[in-house]
Design a protein around this ligand. Structure first.
Ligand code: CO8
Length: 264
């Protein structure tokens, strides 16, 4: 599939999806969401991909939300379909075998904040602005915001943001635990790539197991989560990467992780 509304590339194991409708502040319309889904197929099918980065084209925005022109034309059933498709596409980020980093530049509003919240973690530029302003449009977040934000920052803080629709800046997002790091605008992508490179050098089986253990564990009770971790730990030990990692330590040399995933 060729892409008109996103740019997709992969270099040195780091895939980057750039939302690319800068004139509409990279708003998520149905066509863009279909391309996003196809780009995630590329990520899933390419064993060279070790980390995925999401970012926005242009100076002003990561993603300023779902496309309000399209929402305005929807009836309830169309809204349900659009919201479900978008939410499912975004939820795929949490199920990918590889970690996903959101590099948030400028506005990340509504669906933009929701997209970033589904990533493994977020680095933000000083210019970043987060918020769930759907209430100002007479609607509510439809791409997972009412669920992921309270789980991340607690229900009371999430309610305030959802009920007021107010935007917060990058420093406030850092204070609330929405973002891991705030960088100068012109250093954002370099900083993200530096962290992505660190992750890309790790073993794929261990990365996938760690991601699954954290993400699934967050939705179950502690005993179930610990059982899940135990299984995932055993799976890692069956991988060539575990032999390489532990062997390299004992031989006092750097580990080189090239092992396959178990389904390769
Ligand atoms: N949708 C469509 N177009 C948009 C959007 C958007 N979300 N955001 C910005 N644009 C367009 C503007 O209409 C404008 O277009 P044009 O130049 O043709 O007039 C262009 O982008 C530039 O925007 P502004 O001129 O408004 O730029 P400003 O710097 O003045 O303001 C803001 C920037 C503050 C970001 C402002 O554009 C804004 O408030 N945008 C809307 C933000 C918003 O409300 N987002 C939430 C959308 S709803 C949502 O995300 C729900 C998710 C779940 C959906 C479920 C589906 C049913």
């Amino acid at each position: 599939m060729s892409f008109d509304h996103i740019v997709y590339g992969c270099e040195d194991g780091i895939a980057v999806i750039t939302f690319n409708r800068p004139k509409a502040l990279n708003a998520l319309n149905a066509a863009l969401l279909a391309e996003f889904d196809a780009a995630l197929d590329n990520v899933e099918n390419d064993p060279a991909v070790r980390v995925l980065v999401l970012t926005g084209a242009g100076e002003k925005a990561f993603v300023a939300g779902a496309d309000i022109n399209e929402i305005n034309r929807l009836g309830p059933l169309g809204a349900k379909r659009f919201a479900r498709r978008g939410a499912e596409g975004i939820t795929r980020l949490t199920r990918l075998a590889v970690p996903v980093i959101a590099a948030v530049n400028g506005f990340a509003l509504g669906g933009g904040t929701e997209m970033a919240l589904a990533c493994d973690f977020i680095f933000a530029a000083q210019s970043a602005r987060f918020g769930l302003p759907e209430i100002n449009l007479g609607i509510i977040p439809g791409f997972g915001g009412t669920q992921r934000l309270p789980r991340l920052i607690g229900p009371a803080r999430a309610r305030e943001l959802i009920y007021t629709g107010q935007m917060i800046d990058a420093e406030e997002a850092l204070r609330l635990g929405i973002v891991n790091r705030v960088c100068a605008d012109d250093e954002l992508m370099d900083t993200v790539r530096e962290t992505a490179r660190l992750i890309a050098a790790k073993g794929r089986v261990a990365l996938r197991a760690a991601k699954q253990a954290v993400n699934t564990g967050l939705n179950v009770d502690l005993d179930s989560g610990l059982a899940l971790e135990n299984d995932a730990f055993a799976l890692c030990l069956a991988s060539p990467d575990a032999k390489e990692g532990t062997g390299a330590f004992l031989e006092k040399r750097p580990a080189v992780f090239n092992g396959p995933l178990d389904d390769d």
